[in-house]
Ligand binder design. Structure first.
Ligand code: ZN
Length: 239
């Protein structure tokens, strides 16, 4: 990616049946990512608009196959579409379980889930299984190995005088010896640098406006990490 270039969505990458489509990754607005293989259908960071994008692009049959949702952190631009996606799956009579993986302590996901169950619990057509993650232990879903890793995502305190670390993860997805590393939102951190290195695709946020920030990476910092992978996308670039 060239310096200062704002990515044009959707961003698409494919190696045989390992496929990723990033519908959107705009800071403060929305994120929405679909990952598929022959056997797996995952959604990552379903921000606002994800149901609209999936419906337009892949349709109900594929949406009903979604077995796992991966949440990097609870900011609204990463979880804003969860409620509508969960509701749609029930309206369309999904039967198989849906797992939601998220960083342990992510209040937003647990609150959305609690409210959702209190409204729709009795009529829900499928089980929702919350999977809080608090370690770097890898696990397998369908044909894909998932390696979660902690990243350094912060938000400003109320008076903006300092920043606090929030529960936040990146994920490395490995299928057929090919790997996709998604860093979520993060300042520069060694865990991401390590996981992105030699990945077939790295997806790195570059959300800092110009100067170095404690909250996000500059395009320069993000590219530095991206270039250690075989291919990379810079995302979350401010418009
Ligand atoms: Zn964020």
């Amino acid at each position: 990616m060239k310096k200062n270039e704002i990515p044009k969505y959707p961003l698409i990458w494919r190696k045989e049946d390992f496929f990723i489509k990033i519908y959107s990754s705009i800071p403060n607005i929305s994120t929405g990512i679909l990952i598929t293989t022959d056997k797996a259908t995952f959604v990552v960071d379903p921000g606002d608009g994800i149901l609209r994008d999936l419906n337009k692009d892949v349709g109900a049959v594929t949406i009903l196959k979604v077995s796992d949702i991966f949440i990097s952190h609870g900011h609204h631009d990463h979880v804003g579409g969860v409620w509508s996606l969960l509701t749609y799956l029930s309206v369309m009579k999904k039967k198989s379980p849906l797992n939601i993986y998220y960083p342990k302590g992510c209040l937003e996901i647990e609150s959305i889930h609690k409210a959702f169950i209190s409204v729709y619990g009795k009529e829900l057509s499928y089980p929702i299984v919350l999977k809080p993650i608090n370690s770097a232990k890898s696990f397998k879903r369908n044909s894909v190995t998932i390696k979660p890793f902690k990243v350094n995502h912060r938000e400003l305190t109320e008076d903006s005088s300092s920043t606090i670390l929030i529960p936040s993860l990146g994920f490395k997805f490995i299928h057929d010896e090919k790997s996709i590393c998604y860093g979520g939102d993060t300042a520069y951190c060694d865990s991401l640098a390590k996981m992105a290195k030699d990945s077939d695709l790295a997806i790195i946020e570059a959300g800092a406006k110009e100067k170095k920030s404690q909250l996000h990476m500059t395009i320069e910092e993000a590219s530095q990490i991206g270039k250690t992978a075989k291919d990379y996308f810079l995302v979350h670039v401010p418009e």
